[in-house]
Design a protein around this ligand. Structure first.
Ligand code: HEM
Ligand code: NFK
Length: 562
């Protein structure tokens, strides 16, 4: 018998708001017992600025979680406590290596209830940390505000709110996807096609939302002011946490050193749900589609230990959401259904369009990461290097975060041995990881040409942007100080990444023979799916399908390809 199709409500998932709570997050905990916590978060930015947060928290009594009753209260308590915890750890000259019992004791109780690690996760920072400006208007970017921030900046609000708006937009696709699974069981190709078409459109709109990050979140503010507070305690040796953080819960028998990854959008259940529904599989970083998978490993031979970062991020999702993903995984049938019915062009095109849109989303994300992390860390490195040449700078530089937090760990001196070790273990390069995830998104495509285009057989706008950046990185390295080998390190929040450029070198690939074909396919795609929304589709799909056509054409005109 087939497993039942999961009901979202059984997993704290709403058919309208998706992974955002069905009721709005609480603005504050109403029980006066928790007034002290609320008073501190209400003044969080000023306390961080005046460097008084640690002293205030050190004086705070232990307030147990025993007065929390509703799910909304547990969630509010979690959000409050993670802001206090990360403010405490990262809001001083040096990171605090110990969390006091006033935070640790209730935080561990709350995390046990919510099935979350005691660290700032995407759920606490985004899913449970917003309010609509006008109660009767929808959860659009224009109608949202955040409840708590570290910095009080609009940039920080916007940074979280882009994700909230994405979750809100994506929420409506959850019943669509589950209905499609049922329709596939019933052999109803029309419903599956219809729902896939709508999903492709929503994915396209989500991509547009992602790019709106640029509107109000400045990369410099993000990198130097916001991001340092989001860091976890895993792989944070260079940031000043060699052992992680000591969670002192007031009892010597249970207090311990712990290491957790920081907040990341990789912890969004929505994006992982799209992958699961469409049958997109992510391999451990660095392995190719042709390599033997764990399940196919030779009998009797232990499979190579494999690190799948995206899968690991499920440990940072609230328990019910994590179980929802597992339940959908158990019924996921769309890829198989489309393959079986591949003669149905409408169905195939609708499915491939979903993959194209999800891939385009990941491509846009790479551009964002390039602007918000790669460029900024390169700048920080070169500033740091010029300081190294001209001797230490007077301590009058204005940035309050200077010299601490993860923004200050953009490179380190290292010998060759250490470099090798770093690459061999946790040191995966960030951009190749993101590109791999992007290219894996196209792998299940049914149409052979679509599969080729969607699995990275050509350079996209994002590829060019990061290529230019890695060229600059290499120039910087050549310009290095004699006697010192400097290893550029991108300090990840959830992962640990180095900045090694992509293996494939920097040469651009251009299309020639398939040019006409690509154009025809693009036209077909556009008209068959989006006859009603042509204009919108045209602009949004530019990167996925139209981009290479123009590249190739320009290069052809310049006589560089035939
Ligand atoms: C300034 C904004 C952003 C930056 C700098 C950024 C950066 C990153 C980084 C560094 C990673 C690697 C994992 C880690 O160490 O955390 C990552 C992963 C990821 N991010 Fe973002 N991100 C941003 C915004 C977003 C938004 C708004 C989304 C929502 C769609 C998103 C979706 C993802 C996903 C799904 C992953 C996992 C990899 C994948 O599935 O392709 N990110 N991001
Ligand atoms: N992975 C990102 C952080 C990130 O994307 C994020 C972290 C916490 C809450 C929300 C996030 N994304 C929001 O757009 C980084 O490494 O800076």
């Amino acid at each position: 018998m087939l497993p039942p199709i999961p009901q979202p409500e059984d997993y704290h998932v709403s058919p309208t708001t998706g992974f955002l709570p069905s009721e709005l997050p609480l603005l504050c905990l109403n029980d006066p017992v928790y007034e002290k916590w609320e008073r501190i978060v209400a003044n969080l930015q000023s306390l961080i600025l005046s460097k008084r947060l640690r002293t205030v928290i050190d004086k705070l009594p232990i307030i147990p979680a025993t007065h929390l009753y509703t799910e909304n209260e547990w969630r509010r308590a979690y959000t409050v406590l993670i802001f206090l915890a990360h403010g405490y750890i990262w809001g001083g000259e040096k990171p605090a290596e110990r969390l006091p019992p006033s935070i640790t004791y209730p935080l561990l109780q709350v995390c046990e209830h919510l099935e979350l690690p005691p660290v700032a996760t995407y759920a606490g920072l985004c899913l449970w940390n917003y309010k609509p400006l006008f109660a009767h208007d929808g959860l659009t970017l224009e109608n949202l505000s955040t409840l708590i921030t570290y910095t009080g900046s609009l940039d920080e609000q916007w940074f979280y709110l882009v994700s909230v708006a994405i979750e809100a937009k994506g929420g409506s696709t959850i019943p669509l996807m589950l209905d499609a699974v049922q329709a596939a069981r019933d052999g109803d190709k029309e419903i599956v096609t219809e729902n896939l078409r709508t999903l492709a459109e929503v994915l396209d709109e989500i991509g547009t939302l992602l790019l709106r990050m640029n509107e109000s979140c400045d990369p410099h503010v993000f990198y130097h002011r916001i991001r340092p507070f989001l860091a976890g305690s895993k792989n944070m040796k260079d940031a000043g946490l060699p052992h992680g953080v000591f969670y002192d819960d007031g009892d010597v028998r249970t207090s311990s050193w712990r290491q957790y990854g920081g907040g990341s959008n990789a912890q969004s259940s929505l994006i992982q749900l799209f992958d699961i529904f469409l049958g997109v599989e992510h391999r451990p970083t660095g392995s190719k589609a042709s390599e033997t998978s764990e399940s196919e490993a030779e009998p009797g031979v232990a499979p190579k230990p494999r690190h799948n970062f995206i899968h690991e991020m499920r440990q940072y999702m609230p328990g019910p959401h994590k179980r929802f993903l597992q339940a959908v995984e158990a019924v996921s049938n769309i890829r198989e259904f489309v393959e079986y019915n591949q003669r149905d062009r409408n169905l195939t095109v609708a499915y491939d369009a979903c993959l194209a849109m999800l891939r385009a989303l990941r491509d846009k994300h790479i551009q964002i990461v390039s602007r918000y992390i790669i460029v900024k860390s390169r700048e920080a490195r070169s500033v740091s290097r010029s300081r190294g040449r001209s001797g230490p700078e007077p301590d009058s530089a204005p940035a309050p975060n200077r010299g601490r937090g993860i923004a200050s760990v953009s490179y380190k001196n290292s010998d060759a041995e250490q470099r090798k070790k770093m690459r061999g273990t946790g040191g995966t390069a960030l951009i190749p990881f993101l590109k791999q995830a992007r290219d894996e998104t196209g792998e299940p495509a049914i149409d052979a040409w679509a599969r080729k285009v969607l699995t990275g057989a050509r350079k996209t706008a994002a590829d060019r942007e990061v290529d230019i950046e890695s060229l600059r990185v290499q120039e910087d390295e050549l310009d290095g100080m004699p006697g010192l080998e400097r290893v550029p390190t991108i300090v990840g929040l959830a992962g640990s990444w180095d900045m090694e450029s992509e293996g494939g070198g920097l040469c651009y690939q251009f299309y020639s023979a398939s040019d006409t074909h690509s154009f025809n396919y693009y036209e077909h795609f556009r008209f068959s799916i989006h006859s009603e929304h042509k204009d919108q589709f045209l602009s949004a799909s530019h990167i996925v399908l139209n981009g290479p056509y123009y590249d190739a054409k320009q290069e052809h005109d310049r006589g560089r390809i035939t």
